[in-house]
Design a protein around this ligand. Structure first.
Ligand SMILES: [Zn+2]
Length: 405
């Protein structure tokens, strides 16, 4: 309503002004050089207004023409950004789906549309890697490494390629360069640790690892690789102190003690670990000084004296009794052990053979064939199994992931 009133009022004012101007008396005369133009006042006013409108229109047109290149560039940039953003999304989806060909095509499109920005270069390099073009990926990572803000990403990409090629020295140089760009980052620490493990620089790797099973495993390996007995003893002692339930740590420490002539301390360490987690290798270490089977049986009997009975202790006693010729004791301990894995069946077959009972031997071997496998070292990361303990998994190279079971 108010708007309608205003329109009526404005229309009335415009009509009145027009009426007033149309009724203005007199003549406007314009003399330029020898030319004279004269017109009635309303006509002259109208002509002036028209002239101003034309001049304004021309000025606007000139301004638009001047802005045209910038507007064209902005339009093109906006269009390229839209095309590039869409290509980035499609390339990310293709990378996630493992489609190297599509990822490479879309990443290249993003690179053309957006130019060599850190994220378009990173994406193009990852797509080339997925498509199996390591050289093309390396060229893109090198270009990225030169970038002021994204240089770290380029060095990280080159480092991963160097690790995949097992070019450890090159990887170490790249890590040092990356450290210069992003000092103290967690990724750098983890990467230095992985590199040290691959280079079998156990002491360096142990120093980098966080306290835990990986650190303990790396310290055991460092003790094994130490150049002198005292360093090996200190490292093994540290590893054993970290986790006394780890048989490899106890064995590393006990072997270092035995090497230093401290047999009593070595057996004490092994016995303490046996109490925490009995393991056949600890039993083997404890009976090692025995010169014959009877002496070994005696040593182990003393070793477990006063300790609560344990299936592994009974099985070890059964084996040692069998080796010492005490078939009755061996059978007693084997029955008492309560284990049902392949080791039990095989020992039962040995006992039957020693008694000359062929039928019982065959039955025991059949049982052994269908029994669960003997405990072994298995990797908790990849599931690979290995007979002897190692600091790193022989399959996936993860540190401290081997468990007995
Ligand atoms: Zn593994």
């Amino acid at each position: 309503m108010r708007r309608a009133i205003w329109l009526v009022v404005a229309g009335a004012i415009a009509t009145a002004a027009t009426w007033y101007l149309a009724g203005l008396p007199g003549t406007v005369v314009l003399r330029v050089a020898r030319y004279t133009i004269s017109a009635a006042t309303p006509v002259a006013l109208l002509a002036t207004i028209l002239l101003l409108l034309v001049l304004y229109g021309v000025a606007r047109l000139v301004a638009v023409l001047f802005r045209l290149p910038t507007a064209w560039r902005n339009w093109r940039a906006g269009r390229n950004r839209a095309v590039g953003d869409l290509a980035v999304t499609r390339a990310l989806v293709a990378l996630a789906a493992g489609d190297g060909v599509a990822a490479r095509r879309e990443a290249r499109r993003a690179l053309r549309a957006l130019g060599p920005t850190p994220h378009s270069l990173q994406l193009a390099a990852e797509a080339e890697r997925l498509a199996g073009n390591e050289d093309a990926a390396a060229a893109l990572f090198r270009q990225l490494a030169e970038h002021k803000d994204g240089g770290f990403l380029g060095l990280r990409g080159l480092f991963r390629q160097a690790m995949a090629r097992q070019a450890w020295d090159e990887a170490a140089i790249l890590l040092a360069q990356a450290e210069g760009k992003q000092p103290g980052r967690l990724w750098l620490r983890d990467s230095r640790l992985r590199l040290a493990v691959h280079q079998e620089n156990w002491a360096g790797a142990a120093a980098l690892a966080e306290p835990g099973q990986a650190k303990t495993a790396l310290m055991i390996a460092a003790a094994g690789a130490a150049s002198n007995g005292n360093a090996a003893l200190q490292l093994a002692k540290q590893a054993w102190a970290e986790d006394k339930s780890q048989a490899p740590a106890a064995l590393a420490y006990a072997q270092a003690l035995r090497g230093a002539g401290r047999e009593r301390a070595a057996l004490d360490a092994v016995r303490e670990s046996w109490k925490a987690a009995p393991h056949p290798d600890l039993a083997t270490f404890a009976v090692a000084p025995g010169i014959d089977a009877a002496a070994r049986l005696k040593l182990f009997t003393l070793f477990v004296q006063g300790l609560p009975p344990h299936p592994e202790a009974q099985l070890a006693l059964a084996r040692l009794s069998f080796a010492a010729g005490s078939l009755g004791d061996a059978t007693y301990h084997l029955d008492a052990c309560g284990l049902d894995d392949r080791r039990v069946g095989l020992l039962r077959a040995d006992l039957a053979r020693a008694r000359g009972d062929g039928e019982a031997e065959k039955a025991a071997l059949r049982d052994a064939a269908s029994a669960p496998a003997a405990p072994a070292w298995g990797c908790t990361a990849c599931g690979a199994q290995t007979a002897a303990w190692q600091a790193t998994c022989p399959s996936c190279h993860a540190a401290g992931t081997l468990r007995w079971g």
